[in-house]
Design a protein around this ligand. Structure first.
Ligand code: ATP
Length: 295
């Protein structure tokens, strides 16, 4: 993916901290992966793109997240699961600083994108959100044409290039192009719910973010549209890092590589490979939650 890193305040590529090509670490990695083709290599190397270190969040006096630390790998799908109110959406909103927009919210701790703490004073949240796109539970296209919906972020963020070409590419990546290519000037509101959500995904990826946050993106959709979104998430993870909140444990098991289990009180109880979480979790509380004993 081409990221120009033009945002001066957030400059590094994923995990350059740990994978600087000049570091010993990288030299070892190069030896280990010598002789493997590119896909083998990418499977071997799980670079961290988002890292939370001791993140705490309060809404006024109520603590919503407690001491969250985790490393989220690049180009994978990471699912956040847990009972209602355990802080999944709050954590998601920490990553692109959407909590800044909530007066009552206070965030402490460090949250790295690459090697930059997004809470550093010199980070511009608008530029950050260009690198970390977001898709919400309810499809929320603007009352504008399909074309203008996708091009919206390009215009407000003054992104150069051929916007028509970017619109087409984004709609193709969002698996919507074939359904809308002859009606780009029609309103986005005339699409079905599933199409609207894919339109919102096209809008989110048009600015070429590195990370795509999805807050229950399929929960308002019927089973066919849900399945399309799940297939799309799988494809998108080849180019983007996808971090998804879902209430649906089967969905997390189907589509994610990593799963974070939050439990009541805003605690991250376990974070591991999805298969491990669902088949052999370390924590009894996670096992009880997964098997439906509570939550
Ligand atoms: N804007 C807000 N103002 C005040 N409190 C909030 C706000 N947003 C969330 N909270 C509180 O923070 C806690 C965590 O909420 P959050 O929405 O992050 O949980 P969640 O796990 O995503 O829940 P759900 O699965 O129901 O969406 C809850 O107690 C919630 O009431």
């Amino acid at each position: 993916m081409s990221n120009e890193n033009t945002d001066a305040e957030v400059v590094s590529s994923p995990s350059e901290r740990s994978k600087d090509p000049t570091s010993d670490d990288m030299l070892v990695e190069t030896n280990v992966t010598a002789g493997l083709d590119e896909s083998d290599r990418s499977r071997r190397v799980d670079r961290t793109i988002v890292e939370a270190r001791n993140v705490n969040v309060w809404y006024d006096d109520d603590q919503a997240l407690r001491d969250i630390s985790m490393e989220i790998p690049e180009h994978k799908v990471t699912a956040m699961i847990g009972p209602s109110g355990c802080g999944k959406s709050t954590f998601l909103r920490c990553i692109n600083r959407m909590n800044d927009l909530i007066d009552a919210a206070r965030v402490e701790g460090e949250l790295y994108l690459g090697d930059k703490n997004v809470y550093d004073a010199d980070v511009d949240p608008v530029a950050l959100r260009r690198r970390v796109g977001m898709v919400f539970q309810k499809p929320n296209p603007f009352p504008k044409s399909i074309r203008d919906n996708v091009a919206y972020g390009l215009k407000i963020q003054d992104v150069g290039g051929d916007h028509d070409e970017i619109v087409e590419r984004s709609l193709k990546r969002a698996a919507l192009w074939d359904e809308v290519k002859d009606r780009l000037d029609e309103s986005g509101l005339e699409l079905s719910g599933g199409q609207q959500q894919r339109l919102c995904i096209a809008r989110a990826i048009a600015t070429d973010p590195e990370v795509l946050l999805m807050d229950e993106p399929a929960s308002a959709l019927d089973p066919v549209a849900t399945s399309q979104i799940e297939d799309l998430i799988d494809e998108l993870s080849e180019e983007y890092t996808v971090i998804i909140v879902t209430h649906n444990m089967q969905q997390a098991a189907r589509i994610s590589d990593k799963t974070a289990v939050f439990l009541t009180g805003g605690e991250l109880v376990e974070f591991d490979d999805t298969q491990k979480i669902f088949e052999n979790p370390e924590s009894q509380r996670v096992e009880d939650y997964i098997t439906g004993k509570f939550g």
